[in-house]
Write a protein that binds this ligand. Sequence first.
Ligand code: FES
Ligand code: FES
Length: 162
Amino acid sequence: MKDLHLITVEVNGTKHELVIESRRTLADMLRQDLGLTGTHLGCEHGICGACTVLLDGEPVRSCLVFGVQADDRSVRTVEDLANGDELSDLQQAFSKHHGLQCGFCTPGFLMLAESYLASSPVPNREDVREVVASNLCRCTGYQGIVDAVTEVAGSRAAARAK
Ligand code: FES
Ligand code: FES
């Protein structure tokens, strides 16, 4: 008999009640139960960071978190960044600075950067480089990703100062 649990979770501002197995990962819950396939699975071992989402605002590797651990909590995925057809500032900056090629790693980088800039609004370039080093990208050499996150940090700081 399967070990099933009823959980309540808020995902991108919408509440869901789900019945899931205790062994189901948060990544699989998002992708398979909720159809939010923007969260990507690379290694499924906590190494690559492609699966990074925000759990109560903190970045987590959703392949290492069980869905039941999200009970009564809120999750934010890459689908929450754009406003309709309008990409967020981070998404636009990744595009502008060629911070993506195949794009497989991009959702994880975006969510990592989103939480990082919320907690460290005025980072220097070296800080950004250190943070993004926790996720793996095979294509870009990281330069464009660092440029994008650094530019958005600057533009958000300028907007706050107005
Ligand atoms: S898929 Fe989760 S860290 Fe690689
Ligand atoms: S853009 Fe291809 S892995 Fe990062």
